[in-house]
Structures are given as C-alpha cells and as structure tokens.
Design a protein around this ligand. Sequence first.
Ligand code: X8Z
Ligand code: ZN
Length: 603
Amino acid sequence: MKRYLIVFAAIAVLSACEQQASEAVATAAVTESAEEFLARVNSELGELDRVRGAAGWLEVTYIIEDTAILKAAADERYAEWHSRTVGEAARYDDQELSPETRRALNLLKLDVLLPAPDDAAKRKELTRLATDLKGMYGTGKYCRSANDCLSISELEGLMQQGRDYDELLDIWTGWRSIAPPMREKYARYVELANEGANELGYGNLGEKWRSGYDMSASNFQAEALRLWEQVEPLYEELHCHVRAKLGEHYGEDKVPQDGPIPAHLLGNMWAQEWGFLYDLMEPYPGVSDLDVDSTLKTKNYSPQEMVRSAENFYVSLGMPRLPDTFWERSMFSKPADREVVCHASAWGLDGGNDLRIKMCIKQTYDELRVIYHELGHNYYQGAYKDQPPLYRGGAHSGFHEAIGDTITLSMTPEYLAEVGLVASAEQSQQAIINQQMQQALDKIAFLPFGKLIDEWRWAVFSGEISPDNYNQAWWDMRTRYQGIAPPVERSEANFDPGAKYHIPANVSYTRYFLARILQFQFQRALCEAAGHEGELHACSVYGSKEAGTRLQAMLEAGASEPWQNTLEKLTGTREMDASAIIDYFAPLMVWLEEQNEGRSCGW
Ligand code: X8Z
Ligand code: ZN
C-alpha cells in the first residue's frame, strides 16, 4: 500500500506541472530512482493509452483508410515509446529492488502484445501490417453471387441454424476465402514481431506471450498441458456422443464413426462451441424449457434490453450501474452505413472511466451470454481503474476472460425463470441432464480449441511451423486435439487460421482456455461465499452481496499482485485446477458414459 502512495504522489506532481516535468525528464533520467522512473512511466502510459484507445475504437467501428492511418500512427508512437522506455528500465536490472518495483518493471516489459523492432521503418511496417490484417478480417465477406455478399455475422447465423450438409459446406469454404490474401502479410508480420520480441530479450513472440503468467515460459507451457490432460477425458466422452448423433442425422457415410467429425457440422464457423446443435443433442426431448431464444424473440428484446438484463445481474451482486457514457458510446448493433469489426469486445477507455462494448447483437441466448462475458471485462476495468496504469489489467489474461463467464454459470433454470427468460424451471434429474448438455456443448467442446490456437502460433513464432506448412500444421492440430477434419481438401493455397478473428487481430488465445477452467474455480468460491449448499451446477449467486464483495475485491486488485495471490484470496488455492469443472459436469459425464457404452470412441 505504501508503495502505491509513493507512485500516486509522483503521478500527481507530474500531471500538475506537465511541461516542466517532461523537460526535466532528460536530465533527471540519470539520477531517477526506480520508483521515480515508474511514476513517470505510469503517467506517460495513462496519456498514451488514452490516444491509442480513441484511435483503436475508431479503427474497428469505422473501417476506412483514414482511421487505419490514425490507429497505425498511434501504435507506432506507442511502440517507439515502449522500446525507448524499456531500454531506460534496463538501468535498474542489477539494482536491488522491492518485489513490487521489480514486478512493475516486468509488467512494463510485457505491456505490448505486438512488440515492434527498434528500426523506425520496420516499426512502421509492422504497425501497418497489423492494422491491415484486422481490417481484412473486419471487411471480409463471402459473395455467393455479385449481389449476395454475406458478412461473418450473417454467415455465423447460417452455420448455427443450417442442417444441410452441402449448404453448410458452401458457407464454410466461402468464409475461408477471405484468408489467403492475409498469408504473405502474416508471414512478414511474424518475422517483424519476432524481431521486436528478440529486442526485448525474448526468444520469440510466443515466448513473450507465455512469460506473462508469473512463472517461466516453459513452466507455463507445462501448466497449460497439465490442465488440458485433466479435462481431456470429458471432451472425449462428449465428442463420442456428438459424433454418434451427427451420424444418425447426416448418415454414417458423411460422419464416419471411427474418425474425426467434418468441421462444418458443429453449428459454429470454427467448430469451437457446439451449443447450436442442442436441438439434435437434447437428451430428454421436451423436458424443461430452456428455450431462451424464443423468449427473446416473442418479447422482442432490443439489444439495449439484453445488455440491461446482463447489467442487472452485476447490480444484484452490489456492483454499480454502468455509467451513462456506456449507454451513449457503446456500439450495440451493426451500423447500416459503414464497415465495422463485429467480433464482440469490451473497452475500458480513459483509464477505465469510459467503459463501452462493441457488438453486433442478435436476439439469441448465445449472444446474451456473450454480453454477460463482455460486461465481465467492463466491471473488471471499472474496478481496477484506481490502480496505477501498469496494474490496470487482469491478474492474468485468463482472469479477465473468466469473470463474465463465471456469471453465466449462475444462469441456472431458476435464475432464467426468475427474470422471465424461460417460463418455468423444472428440477428433475432429466431436466438437469438437459441443462448440462446445453452447457457442455459450449464449455467442454471449447477446451481443445482454446488450447490449440496458441499451440499453433507458438510453433509459428518459434519457426517450428514455417509458412509453407501453415495450413497443414493447423489441420494436424485441429484433428489431433479436437477430432475434427476439414470437409474438403485443403492445401497451402489456403490460410484457414486467418479466418479466425484472433489470428489477424493478434489476440493471444490461451487466455480463453484458462478462463474455461478458472471460471468453475471462481464459481465454486463464490457459491461458498453465497452460502450455497448442494451441487455446484445448481448454484446461482444472483442477488448475493457476499459473493459480490468477494468478486469485487479480486477485480479491484487488478494486476497489482502475482495471480497466485489473487487466486488464493478468492479460492484458497494458488493453483489453477480443473477439479471444479469436473465436479460441475459430474451428472452429465455419468450419462454420457452410459450413452457411449458399446460405441468405439476416439478418432
Ligand atoms: O473473443 C471472445 C470474446 C471477446 S474477448 C467474444 N471469445 C473467444 C472467441 O470468440 O473465440 C469468447 C470465447 C472465446
Ligand atoms: Zn473476452
């Protein structure tokens, strides 16, 4: 605490007399203590983030050449500042410093997802490549004919509802036509970003990403593998059952029962979450009403009303209402007059004082849960806004992704009935299995996908996968982890990784894998705080101020401590651990094992 006071006091001085301060910097630099240096860094970072945030918002909500230029310029300015400042920080490398100061210096080094080389021309080239790739994804369309062009939002809708093998195949291959033009740019971007990572002292960009978890990069890699091995048996049971049901629907000639599932049949463009297959998978047809989609449609919920309903959950925990500016400045729907990136995101602009979401909301339960997810980010950003800028982040990136998802675990049938999203909540064993199936199709199906995206990138960044092997290596991993296969032959003329948002947008992905596991750990702790007795899957913390207080304390800490401490305060353990997700799905696993008896599972 004492340390924060020092940092804050210094920031106040710098911002009160900014001009003298920046002139003084050059001469003071030599004598500046590590604490003084960090105070200056925090102050400069606050201002840089404000400009970069504004340019970033425009870049994706108003895709034209001008906004791309502005964003690339803001990124370049940041990259220049970052490499210079990290260079200055090197003078404290051999000094004896408090753990807090050492931690803040390390966070500074990590505070760039795409490190740029020192060379000005290369820095410019990289920031522009990054903007171009994001823009290519955002404006990507599949044109079935000259005047029938479909955006990813529309294509996703068709994938979710479609049940015709050939029509799905057309949409699946159609969307992937946006990606080959990204291939060359991506390969160059990898080269340049690796150069930037090298200059920061990391072997390559993947190693830098893996270094953001308060442990060594290699320990982190082992940790991610350990967690995957814990949950792998759950996935294999689900895969086996889903393949059998798809075989019944499409025929075993189309879905062979001894191999991977064709990737276009899983109700999702990337086969990452399979919840839209629920109608084919419902264990006890007609038992319990889980049809939130139809309520949203019959009650004709507007995007704002859907967001309000998610906000109400957070408010029920004792958290504040979202500020007026959130409602004024967010983008809730796809604008008719311009290109935007529809992929959902949450923004904590102006140091967390200006919260927004950006989404093209559709009237589905799936989208409602994405809104809960995004508001989890916003509540985190709002809670840590009083931390110094270097500490304004999740305890680790997986924490950030897990908050909103934790709240969705409380969307039990009872909760949905209470807020009028379903007519009634049935308590029978059959109803539980139905509800668990719906959850598992999203939460469990996602696990190998969440793991492999960065496994592919880690190998690309390390050079183990080279450009002439990009697509083959991608599908090898998809098959090995997920047990899915491309429905038509692919080659190196394709660049299928580019058709997934996070690759061109350069968002690391292991965060989502970790979040899928952590959210159940968080939920177990919050349910205990709420005084829940009984099985974990039946718990909703809706309305529990006790759970809210515990959650808020974790959110306010931001990145100020190693995540192990933060986790311990909430859950009593210092390790990420899959036992909670395994407990949660115990009833469904018993049911799946029964269903799979006599089937030969695996691929
Ligand atoms: O990208 C997201 C969020 C924004 S952070 C909508 N997610 C991943 C994805 O869509 O691939 C959430 C789940 C995984
Ligand atoms: Zn997210």
